[in-house]
Structures are given as structure tokens and as C-alpha cells.
Design a protein around this ligand. Structure first.
Ligand code: 13P
Length: 253
């Protein structure tokens, strides 16, 4: 059975002290995680070690980086490598968030390199895809997302892709308060799963957790996560409020 995941993406928010206080509050707020469910905290690089230590011994709760570089090592001032993340015990890394694609020029080809380097060092990517409003209005969202997946992931073997996490985040729903309807989310998630099944077979496609992201909050999580192909969420703003994120965790199937 594929994992159901509530993933927080703090983006560039909170000081270390605020982040630690948020984690403490969240751990003290009633939330249930069965063995098939996980909570993942996508947090800024400087806090990974401290927050990872805080989560030690807690079951089904993990940290994630928000990015890593596409090269192994070398003269890339300011970048963070997959090997560095591995060396501090980080299991997950968010790759290809639309903000990185838009503000930092990350292309599908560069993301293919990043995916490869993550596999080399045993990091699990949470691979983001999703279309802008103009593409949705033109009715081209399915082929757009399909191309993102093909160009960044389809060089992988079925074994590499098994257990993978994909996050569908329509750009028009990120930070706007405008959520995709649960039917729109289900429609795209089913499309993503069918594209994966055509390339890798149904068994692999069914093993992949596909998260929805874009204005998820406590009030809408249960309905969105209730759809058959939605396996949880990647949450920005609402993950910065302990009670909201605890309710989102409790909305997982
Ligand atoms: P919001 O939940 O703030 O819309 O952000 C979504 C997102 O970008 C998560 O990666």
C-alpha cells in the first residue's frame, strides 16, 4: 500500500527558534500517524540537523530539504549537495518546486540531473509538477504535466521509481487561497498515475504517492485527501500553524 503523506514546506520562513517552537507545539497537539502515514517537514537547510535531532525516536515523522544541487561536489559556492544531505541523515528532498523553476530557472533537464544525484545518495525526492493558470485556461494542463514527468523522470528504471513521491501543485493555487477542487485534483492525479502506468506498469504506478499542493488547509484537507488518487498534501502557509498542520495530518487516509 502506498504511503499517505502530509508534507510541510516552510519555504523561506521562520527563524530556528520559531521553527523549533512550531515543532514542539505540533508534537504536543494531538495527531495520529499510522504505519502507512507520514509527516514530513520541508525546512530550511540551516535547521535540518537541529530539527532532525528533535524528531529522533518519533515514528513516521521526517525532515526534508527543500532543494539540492545537481552536481556531486566542487566549486559551486553557496550550493548544497545530495551527499551533504545524506551525511546529516536527511531522508527526503523537495525537487522542482514551481518557485525554484520560476525564480531560479530550474528546467526539466536540470531536474533530471538532480533526481539522479538524489538516487546516487539514497535521498527520496518529492518531485513537484504543475501548470500555470494560462496553461489550465488553454486546457493543456495534462500534456504540460506529462512533459514535466517525462523529461525529468522517465530515464529512471522502474526499481528507482518505486516508492517515489510526486507533488502536483497547480501554480494558480499556490499561496492564493484558491484551491483546486477535489475533483480537479483527482482528475490530474489519475492522469499522472495513468502516465506512470503506461511507462512503468500499474504496480509501479500504484506504489507512488501523489500529493496535492496549493492552499491546502485544515478546512479542505479531508475532502481533497479523500479522493482515491490523492495520497496527502504538500502544504505551505498552513504548515506554519501547529493546529492547522496537526488537523491536516489527521485528515490523511
Ligand atoms: P500554499 O499551501 O501556501 O498554497 O503553498 C503550497 C506550496 O507551494 C507547497 O509546496
Amino acid at each position: 500500500m502506498r504511503k499517505q503523506i502530509a508534507a510541510a514546506n516552510w519555504k523561506m520562513n521562520l527563524t530556528l527558534q520559531q521553527g523549533e517552537a512550531l515543532i514542539d507545539e505540533l508534537l504536543n497537539t494531538p495527531h495520529n500517524l499510522s504505519d502507512n502515514q507520514q509527516a514530513v517537514f520541508g525546512i530550511p537547510f540551516p535547521y535540518l540537523t537541529a530539527i532532525n535531532a528533535k524528531l529522533a525516536g518519533k515514528e513516521n515523522v521526517f525532515v526534508s530539504a527543500q532543494n539540492c544541487y545537481s552536481k556531486k561536489s566542487g566549486a559551486y559556492t553557496g550550493e548544497v549537495s545530495a551527499e551533504m544531505l545524506q551525511s546529516i541523515g536527511v531522508p527526503y528532498v523537495i525537487l522542482g518546486h514551481s518557485e525554484r523553476r520560476e525564480y531560479f530557472g530550474e528546467s526539466n533537464a536540470m531536474l533530471a540531473e538532480k533526481v539522479n544525484i538524489c538516487f546516487e545518495y539514497g535521498l527520496k525526492p518529492i518531485f513537484c509538477c504543475g501548470e500555470a493558470l494560462s496553461i489550465r485556461e488553454a486546457g493543456s494542463q495534462n500534456s504540460f504535466v506529462e512533459t514535466q514527468l517525462k523529461e525529468s523522470l522517465f530515464h529512471l528504471t522502474a526499481a528507482q521509481l518505486t516508492g517515489f513521491v510526486i507533488a502536483y501543485e497547480p501554480i494558480w493555487a499556490i499561496g492564493t487561497g484558491k484551491t483546486a477542487s477535489s475533483d480537479q485534483a483527482q482528475e490530474m492525479h489519475a492522469h499522472i498515475r495513468s502516465v506512470l502506468a503506461a511507462q512503468y506498469g500499474a504496480e509501479v504506478a500504484n506504489s507512488i504517492s501523489i500529493l496535492y499542493g496549493g492552499s491546502v488547509k485544515a478546512a479542505n484537507a479531508k475532502e481533497i485527501f479523500g479522493k482515491p488518487d490523492v495520497d496527502g498534501g504538500l502544504v505551505g502557509g498552513a504548515s506554519l500553524i501547529a493546529a492547522e498542520f496537526a488537523a491536516i495530518i489527521n485528515s490523511l487516509k
